[in-house]
Ligand binder design. Structure first.
Ligand code: NAG
Ligand code: NAG
Ligand code: NAG
Ligand code: NAG
Length: 426
């Protein structure tokens, strides 16, 4: 806490010597014709207030509201010297200073702020490799230059709909010697993915002197070999004998792939049908974003058609992918993978079953519960009755009357078995 008094002391010293002017704002951007208020404050009363604007020095007197530049503030007695500039002009671009009498002595003190009179920058230029397309995984570098703005323009990047944040470098602002105009440039580095194919890279410039942001853009074309979206063996269910069958496979590729089907010794390069028009390899249909629907049409599904294997090769100039398609007239089996809930359910069921089985085994081994009743069948003299929770006479009754459903009590189904009942009865 000793820091605060020390700091306060320093501040007081600065104020007492009157060398500190508080000026707000320190920097401002205005368009021609806008107004601007610059306020200078000192901790002592003042008896004059001057503002230097361009190469003109204005003496500001409170209550004098005539002119382009007038006094603004609470009064000289409060140490306030502010200027209301009613109409910002091109000539005002640069430093604006206020000049005030000091607290002591006769050397005037000065505060300075910077005004940018906004000047619209030139159109953005996007500089990127000239080649029309790139390979997946390739690094793509681009530079955007927005020249001669005042102040420098602000650059933002977009790829498709998304604003680019990763891969953007620090913007660099430069000024030609002797000019107050600023040129900003910023680089981006992207590692291209299949999803970037067809996206537009946009460099957007925003500036106070622009009503609408300006943009420079280019489209990015990314090429990649066919990719499979599922396993190489595809089973298509639910075809009907005697009806038309469509064997479709979805692949992703750019550029557009060719599709070649091999069925036994018949080879069909899409789009093409076999001699007797039983099979037709259809031209791949673009579903968007590089996804293609590749289809073989079987005009009549026969038993032989079901037994055949359909080999598909999808190829573009960067590579190929092969598939085996099998068909079936059965319905697709329900969800092949079990959900987490189902697995938990099965585990719980197994545990309950194991518990039940071990309880039964334990009960049987120790002649507990109604197993005592069953035990009389083989070892009546055992004296197990003493442990049985059921009244002994019940057991006797059970043995005397086999039609009495003993199993209702047991609930484990063992003595309920119809095959076993005759044994008990005999
Ligand atoms: C404007 O002010 C800054 C700092 O206050 C100073 O460095 C610069 O030289 C000034 N520019 C002009 C044109 O007076
Ligand atoms: C931006 O890219 C240009 C052209 O590739 C290069 O000359 C410049 O040095 C790069 N600037 C930065 C800051 O990376
Ligand atoms: C075949 O097309 C259907 C309908 O668009 C789609 O649901 C199915 O996933 C496709 N099959 C394959 C193997 O791509
Ligand atoms: C893909 O092709 C199959 C067969 O031609 C068709 O049934 C299916 O609707 C197609 N899928 C899409 C998404 O176009």
């Amino acid at each position: 806490m000793a820091v605060f008094p020390a700091f306060f002391g320093l501040l007081m010293a600065a104020l007492v010597t009157g060398q500190s002017i508080d000026i707000t704002p320190h920097e401002a951007v205005r368009k021609i014709g806008d107004k601007l208020i610059v306020l200078c404050k000192v901790a002592h009363p003042i008896d004059s207030c001057r503002i230097i604007l361009g190469d003109t020095s204005y003496r500001l007197i409170p209550n004098n509201v005539e002119g382009e530049v007038v006094y603004s503030g609470q009064g000289l007695e409060f140490g306030e010297c502010g200027a209301l500039i009613k109409n910002v002009k091109e000539a005002y671009n640069g430093n604006i200073s206020c000049v005030l009498p000091p607290a002591t002595g006769n050397i005037e003190i000065q505060g300075t702020m910077k005004l940018f009179v906004a000047k619209r920058p030139g159109d953005p230029q996007l500089i990127s490799p000239p080649q029309p397309s790139f390979l997946e995984g390739e690094e793509f570098r681009a530079q955007c230059i927005v020249p001669n703005g005042r102040p420098a323009a602000k650059i933002t990047w977009f790829l498709g709909e998304m604003q680019l944040l990763r891969g953007t470098h620090q913007p660099v602002v430069t000024s030609p010697p002797g000019s107050d105009l600023q040129t900003v440039s910023q680089n981006v580095t992207l590692t291209l993915t299949a999803d970037d194919a067809g996206r537009t890279l946009v460099c957007r410039a925003e500036h106070e002197a622009l009503d609408q942001p300006t943009e420079a853009k280019r489209q990015i074309n990314v090429r990649y070999p066919p990719k499979k979206l599922e396993s190489s063996t595809i089973k298509i269910f639910g075809l009907k004998l005697g009806e038309e069958g469509r064997l479709n496979v979805t692949v992703r590729a750019n550029p557009e792939p060719s599709a070649e089907w091999r069925i036994g010794d018949v080879t069909l390069l899409a789009p093409r049908s076999d001699e007797n028009a039983m099979l037709a390899a259809l031209e791949p249909v673009h579903l968007g974003s590089g996804y293609y629907n590749v289809t073989l049409l079987v005009s009549h599904v026969t038993k032989e058609a079901v037994d055949r294997r359909y080999q598909l090769r999808v190829e573009n100039d960067l590579g190929y992918e092969e598939f085996t398609v099998l068909i079936s007239t059965m319905d697709e089996p329900p969800a092949v993978g079990l959900g987490a809930g189902a697995i938990v359910g099965i585990v719980v069921a197994v545990i309950i079953l194991l518990l039940a089985v071990s309880m039964v085994v334990f009960a049987k081994a120790t002649h507990r519960w109604c197993f005592a009743g069953r035990s009389h069948r083989t070892d009546i003299p055992d004296g197990a009755d003493s442990e049985a929770p059921l009244p002994p006479h019940d057991d006797v009754k059970g043995s005397e009357n086999p039609t009495h459903d003993h199993g209702d009590y047991i609930g484990n189904g063992d003595t309920k078995h119809p095959e076993k009942k005759p044994d008990t009865a005999v």
